[in-house]
Design a protein around this ligand. Structure first.
Ligand code: C5P
Length: 235
């Protein structure tokens, strides 16, 4: 069986299509996958996605749907229709919502993943919304629900990869932000891992924003990260 490699997704956290496409041109062939989130999608919409597809790129549409089952299922169909290759929902939307979303995703090739517990929610925040479990227990509960509903995987921190793979198996995808190459500025990320560490931990995808976007040479920065991923997975 071919060895599974960790795939790099660059987060297009910018405000305009001009900025977005300028970065994509600069990075060139070093990155195939781009994450488009609420900031850019709210301004530029589906045209941005078709522009990325025309450039031969793959798109993770990070809109974190959370609504009643029918609405979320239709949103997943819409994401597939505009060309997104991956999209996500909040697992806390519940089993019926997750199943409806998974059924909608199965009608196309779109990869459907879920967010478990936002990393901005600590124990105190969870308690405030009526959840007494620890963040780690809640992550596991929601990862299991996600898998039972037929979704492909979850967004998680690098520290949660092993926990989640032990509970859900290694085929369950882990999409991991909070990545910083050695020596890079952490910014507002608190619990960071290097690309090599995330690859060694078994991440399916890593999501990297500022270390690529803010680099003086984004293409070189992306290539260095890919190099780290490759050397780590062949260790
Ligand atoms: O610039 P940086 O590499 O920190 O960007 C990481 C990307 O991943 C951003 O788009 C951020 O919103 C997203 N993300 C995250 N932490 C999460 C979930 C998503 O950093 N828990």
């Amino acid at each position: 069986m071919p060895e599974q490699k960790t795939v790099l997704i660059a987060a297009l956290d910018v405000d305009s299509r001009e900025e977005a496409f300028a970065i994509v041109e600069k990075i060139g062939s070093s990155v195939e996958w781009y994450k488009v989130g609420k900031q850019l999608f709210t301004r530029c919409g589906p045209e941005l996605i078709s522009g990325l597809k025309q450039r031969g790129k793959k798109v993770f549409l990070d809109l974190k749907y959370h609504d009643i089952p029918n609405t979320v299922a239709q949103a997943v169909r819409s994401a597939a229709a505009i060309g997104a290759d991956m999209v996500n929902v909040h697992a806390s939307g519940g089993p019926a919502m997750l199943k409806a979303a998974a059924q909608a995703a199965a009608e196309s090739k779109i990869c459907l993943i879920a967010v478990t517990v936002l990393t901005s929610l600590d124990q105190q925040e969870l308690n405030a919304i009526g959840i007494q479990d620890s963040p780690a227990d809640q992550v596991l509960r929601l990862a299991r629900l996600t898998q039972q509903a037929g979704l492909a995987g979850v967004v998680c921190s690098a520290r949660e990869i092993t926990l989640i793979q032990n509970a859900c198996g290694k085929d369950f995808l882990t999409i991991v932000p909070g990545i910083r190459p050695a020596g890079a500025d952490a910014g507002d990320q608190k619990r960071i891992m290097t690309p090599a560490q995330a690859a060694a931990a078994g991440a399916s995808y890593i999501v990297v924003g500022r270390p690529i976007l803010a680099a003086s040479d984004p293409s070189e920065a992306a290539q260095a990260i890919r190099q780290e991923l490759t050397s780590s997975s062949t260790l």
